[in-house]
Design a protein around this ligand. Sequence first.
Ligand SMILES: *Cc1c(COP(=O)(O)O)cnc(C)c1O
Length: 471
Amino acid sequence: MAKKKTKKQGLHKRKVGKNWKKFWKLGAEEFNTQFLGVSKDNELTAIEGHHIYNLNDLAQKYGTPLQVIFPFVLEDRLKDLIGYFQAYIKIYGYKGKFFYHYPMKVNQNREFVLPLISEGANLEVTSANELWLVKKLWEGEKFNNKIRVLCNGPKTDQYLDLIEELRAKGMNIVPIIEGPEEIERISKYKGDKGVRVDLSIKSDTRWDKKFDRFGLSEKDILNLPKMKNLKILHYHLGSQIKTQKSILEGVKHAFTIYLQLQKIYPSLDTLDIGGGFGISHEKKKFYTAKVVSSKIIKLLKNLSDKAGVKHPNLAIEWGWYIVDPAQITIYKIISKKYIEKANAKAWYIIDGSFMNDLKDTWAVHQKWHVIPVNNMTSSLKRVWLAGSSCDSDDKYTAGGDYILLPKLNGEDQYIAILDTGAYQDALSSHHCLLSLPAKIIAHDGAIKIIRKHETAETIGKFFGWNNGDDK
Ligand SMILES: *Cc1c(COP(=O)(O)O)cnc(C)c1O
């Protein structure tokens, strides 16, 4: 692209022989697309060691809308992350231990939870129902007794009963006090416990922190009643933190509270810094886990050495960062409509729904990394995308900008939305009674179907239309 040209003109003048892998930002660690590439036939591929999956073939074979889950991506990402922290702990001579806790709410699918456990994840749950799933795993002996389970979220009686039941059975399970009404019962709990503080600092997330309703205030936390085995001070700043500065300021500020609390409760030995580590869907340069893990360990070491206290154990609950790139959602373009006088020239209508399947599009104006699955080297058109529900909000315009996709040439055109592994599945819904995407697992070179395309009958049942009741 010649320097003087504007970006717009440049896009229309792509030359043959362009590096399309680079153009679509694939095969790049900084974009979390290390495992993706372009085949000789100009189709999207995913590479797992010596196995290769052609996503165009999968879309044709299993039909769209289709979610493809890659457990090896989860495993690689967690292995790398734990590796970074362990390496810096060694390098800096840090004495505390490191614990990764997978926050189950980010994706509760079995196919996400099991690979993470096998790579050494502990767990964090937010409800009695999530904990019930953990109980099932436990009873099926899917994890060993060393795994620790942290319990956040409002503690209903049912939730607390289950926590106590599991502790009695030998699980290492730690309830975290989140509000004043939980103090009495949890302070009497016999096992280890934690407390969540609502830090008074502002952080760089998309959510307004001013009126956070989670955790105890910094003042209240220092006025807790006496209790044994208070082990963990926890905070969570919110999701998709935009800068590493915010992450580090959270640690620094929380450490001052850790020090004060430890004077009252000498059993306190762990700082749990929650989730919120981001990855960018806009494919801009972003802070990296390698750098931030180094800075966190260095910071905690310096702060505790200065204060003359033992280096705290460190727990993190980064969910989005680990699981988001492990799933791709594929749609087929089913029709096209021209648009006059806008950034985009046409609507491409997909055979699924942003509002149903990728709820954050509608809820928080999430941006997505959208690429073609076939015809990856064809000439491109600026488009907006629309879902096939009847709702005018069911669309994706990249924030009013445009998305570049191949011009339609009569053959089926598939598109992939990358990084859909976090949160979308549990948020999904059935507006206009559209079917959810089918779900497949790509693992060890083989494909397993986890959820078939829903039929009208299946969906009808969710709304009380049971078999045979109506003729
Ligand atoms: C949601 C949540 C997380 C995960 O946040 P991410 O942004 O996905 O990393 C971790 N801890 C707690 C307490 C949460 O509520």
